[in-house]
Design a protein around this ligand. Structure first.
Ligand code: NAI
Length: 340
C-alpha cells in the first residue's frame, strides 16, 4: 500500500480567501504554524491567537499577533480553528468553550489523531474536520520554513461537512509549509495507531532489552561505566538511527565493521519473531485500537497533575530507576559529573 503525497502544486490557496483563522494555543506547534502561515501571506488581521493569559499569550503579542483571551469570542469569528493546545486538555476546552460558538461550516484542524479517532471532540456534521500533523517538533517546523525547506507531515480529512475539506486541508498545509517537501495522505486512525503502538509496544520492548542486556553484561563482570558508555552514553544508538534515516534501515549497517555487520544481520535473521509479533498484535488490537488504553488513561489524567507518589507517572519513574541499569547510571553520572 503506498500513500498519496501532496505537494504545493496540489493546493489552491483561493479557498482561504477572506477566512478568519484562529490558533487555539501558541505553544510548540501553535507559535510555529501561526508564524509560517502569516509569512505565507495570510493577512495578520485575519489571524487570531486564542490563548489564556500566560507566557504563551505574551509571546504571541510580542510577535504582533492579535490575541483573544476569551475563547468563545475567538470561536465565533473562526472560519478555521487550529487546535494546538495539549491533547489531554483539548476535549474539555473545545467541547465547552469552542464548539458551542463555532460556525456551522467551520473547519477544525488537529495536529494529532488521538482526540478525533477516539471521538472525544464534539463536531457538528456540517463542519469540516481535518488533520495536518507535522512529524517534527515546533521549532523545526519554524526553522525549516525560514530556511525555505519543507518538513514531513501527515494530512487527512476526517469529516467533510462542506465538501471542501480536502481543499482546505491542502491549502492550510501549504501555508504552514507542510506540502513543500510532500505531505503524506494519512488518517487519524493511522496516526494514532502508529503513535500509540510505538509508545506502548515498540519502545517498551527496547527499554526492556536494554535493561536485561545491562544486567547480563554486569553479571559477566562489565563495569557500570563501560556499560553506560557502550550502550548509550557514547550516543552510538543515536548515530545509528540518524544513519538509518539517511542511508536506510539496513544499509546503515555498512558503516559498521565486518564483524559487526555479520553479527547483527546473522543474529537478527536467526531470531524467531513469532512471539514478538503476537505480543505486538495484542497491544495494537486489544489495547490501542479498541480504546482500552484511552479509557484507562482518561481515568488517571487528573492524577498526572499531582505531586509526589499521588502522581502515577512519578511511581513509574521510581520503579524504572530502581532497575540495575537505572541505579548504575545514577552512580556513573554522579562520578563523572564534571566530564559529561
Ligand atoms: P504545547 O504543550 O506547546 O501547548 C501550549 C499551549 O497550550 C499554550 O498556548 C498554552 O497556553 C495552551 N494551554 C496549555 N494548557 C491549557 C489549558 N488547560 N487551557 C487552555 N490552554 C492551554 O502543545 P504542543 O506540543 O504544541 O501540541 C499541540 C498539538 O500539536 C497537540 O495535538 C500535539 O499532539 C500536536 N503535535 C505536537 C508536536 C510537538 O512538537 N510538540 C509535534 C506534532 C504534533
Amino acid at each position: 500500500m503506498s500513500a498519496k503525497i501532496y505537494y504545493d502544486s496540489d493546493a489552491n490557496l483561493d479557498v482561504l480567501g477572506g477566512k478568519t483563522i484562529v490558533f487555539l494555543g501558541f505553544g510548540n506547534q501553535g507559535a510555529a504554524q501561526a508564524q509560517n502561515l502569516r509569512d505565507s501571506g495570510i493577512p495578520n488581521d485575519k489571524i487570531i491567537v486564542a490563548n489564556r493569559p500566560d507566557s504563551y499569550a505574551e509571546d504571541a503579542k510580542s510577535k504582533g499577533f492579535n490575541v483573544e483571551h476569551n475563547f468563545a469570542n475567538a470561536a465565533k469569528q473562526a472560519d478555521v480553528v487550529f487546535l494546538l493546545i495539549p491533547d489531554q486538555v483539548q476535549p474539555r476546552v473545545f467541547n465547552t468553550e469552542i464548539a458551542p460558538n463555532l460556525k456551522d461550516d467551520a473547519a477544525i484542524v488537529v495536529a494529532s489523531g488521538y482526540n478525533v479517532f477516539f471521538k472525544l471532540l464534539n463536531f457538528k456534521p456540517s463542519q469540516d474536520v481535518v488533520m495536518v500533523a507535522p512529524r517534527m517538533i515546533g521549532s523545526s517546523v519554524r526553522s525549516l520554513f525560514v530556511k525555505g525547506k519543507g518538513f514531513p507531515c501527515f494530512v487527512s480529512t476526517e469529516q467533510d461537512g462542506t465538501g471542501k475539506a480536502l481543499e482546505i486541508a491542502l491549502a492550510l498545509s501549504r501555508v504552514i509549509g507542510a506540502t513543500k517537501a510532500g505531505a503524506i495522505a494519512s488518517s487519524a486512525r493511522e496516526e494514532t495507531a502508529m503513535d500509540l503502538f510505538a509508545e506502548q509496544a515498540l519502545w517498551p520492548n527496547i527499554i526492556m532489552l536494554f535493561r536485561e542486556a545491562f544486567s547480563v553484561l554486569k553479571e559477566a563482570g562489565c563495569s557500570d561505566e563501560a556499560l553506560c558508555y557502550e550502550m548509550w552514553m557514547s550516543k552510538e544508538p543515536a548515530e545509528i538511527f540518524e544513519r538509518a534515516a539517511e542511508d536506510g534501515f539496513i544499509q546503515q549497517l555498512k558503516h559498521h565493521s565486518t564483524v559487526s555487520q555479520y553479527g547483527q544481520l546473522n543474529g537478527a535473521l536467526a531470531l524467531d519473531g513469532t512471539a514478538a509479533r503476537e505480543h505486538f498484535k495484542n497491544i495494537l488490537y486489544n489495547q490501542v485500537l479498541n480504546g482500552k488504553f484511552q479509557k484507562e488513561f482518561s481515568k488517571i489524567e487528573d492524577d498526572l497533575e499531582k505531586e509526589g507518589d499521588e502522581n502515577p507517572l512519578n511511581i513509574l519513574y521510581k520503579k524504572s530507576e530502581a532497575s540495575e541499569l537505572g541505579q548504575a547510571e545514577k552512580r556513573v553520572r554522579a562520578r563523572l559529573a564534571g566530564l559529561l
